[in-house]
Design a protein around this ligand. Structure first.
Ligand code: ATP
Length: 298
């Protein structure tokens, strides 16, 4: 097999808590991660010529090692002395710098794809060990599904799957730097922390409403304050039937969880008509299945 087509899926955070600041500058996190069926398409081809080349549909993305997909391919080529090279055709649909782990998921898909394309025989665990060198979210993007992520986000525990639901993602037209959000985060005694353990219990009980009632993201204290449009979007989603509406990661994407697809569609059209977001996507959870690597679905 000399060519592979892969899907790199986005993630949302059903819960995001920051429990402390570490000496190395990173933060200790407790997050409930969920993969959704919004994806970038990646075609990976083995080439006779050496090196990694990439073509993307977004002209502003780096095409050198600054692109996480390229960096991932190069990492395995160098470690395993792979002869020849690869060509990556990347069609982005996941909004960039949006809190949806688009770049991390591309890197994860390339690691898994290279493992198959070149018969490297690495286990998922071994791929995750390499993934964390590229970014804290990469190990989770290799694992996918519903999971608890702790430490900097790389200590993973699979959780009971989220019950079936519909997810509306809205990305307002603004740029939020992850660094800005973490440097402005102030954890005080007044900080309201999401009940991550309560959410885990709701997942185990298959209780979607309970899970949604406990959704929370401490990073909203920074991003929502700086960009009130995030509150407006959350409010509109809830008015149109969202059981929960919150920011994903450090933002600015907001997602709503709905029981009915028609409610999610209605909320999307209201948000578009009122000019709150141009990028809107009605999607659903992705179920990973036994933690096995099923990359026809990447
Ligand atoms: P996270 O949720 O993990 O913080 P994000 O969704 O906020 O990630 P990305 O879309 O991964 O952010 O992009 C962050 C930065 O990474 C961008 O500034 C972009 O230039 C760079 N980048 C590198 N490779 C990629 C890629 N393959 N896709 C998107 N962005 C990439």
């Amino acid at each position: 097999m000399r060519q592979l087509n892969l899907r790199a899926m986005a993630k949302i955070n059903l819960g995001l808590d920051v429990t402390g600041r570490r000496e190395d500058g990173y933060h200790d996190l407790r997050m409930i991660m969920q993969t959704v069926r919004l994806f970038d398409s990646i075609s990976l081809s083995a080439t006779r010529s050496e090196g990694v080349r990439i073509r993307t549909n977004l002209g502003f993305l780096p095409t050198d090692d600054g692109n996480l997909a390229v960096k991932a391919a190069r990492l395995l080529i160098e470690e395993f002395g792979i002869e020849g090279g690869v060509f990556i055709d990347l069609k982005k649909k996941i909004p960039v710098a949006a809190g949806l782990a688009g770049g991390s998921s591309d890197a994860a898909a390339v690691l898994v794809g290279m493992n198959r394309l070149f018969h490297l025989q690495l286990t998922q665990e071994q791929l995750r060990e390499r993934g964390v060198k590229l970014g804290a979210d990469v190990p989770y993007c290799i694992m996918r599904g519903t999971a608890l992520a702790e430490g900097i986000g790389d200590i993973l525990t699979p959780l009971a799957s989220i019950p079936p639901c519909v997810i509306l993602i809205a990305k307002p037209d603004l740029h939020v730097s992850t660094r800005f959000v973490y440097t402005h985060l102030e954890l005080t005694e007044q900080t309201v922390h999401p009940d991550i353990d309560g959410q885990i219990r709701c997942l185990e009980a298959g209780d979607l409403r309970g899970l949604c009632s406990l959704c929370g993201n401490v990073l909203e204290t920074v991003t929502e304050q700086a960009y009130p449009v995030i509150s407006d979007i959350k409010k509109r989603m809830k008015e149109h039937g969202a059981l929960a509406a919150m920011m994903s990661g450090s933002g600015p994407s907001v997602f709503g969880i709905f029981e009915k697809r028609e409610d999610a569609r209605k909320a999307a059209s209201v948000l578009r008509e009122d000019g709150y977001a141009r990028m809107l996507c009605v999607t659903e959870p992705f179920y990973a299945g036994n933690g096995r690597i099923q990359r026809e679905e990447v």
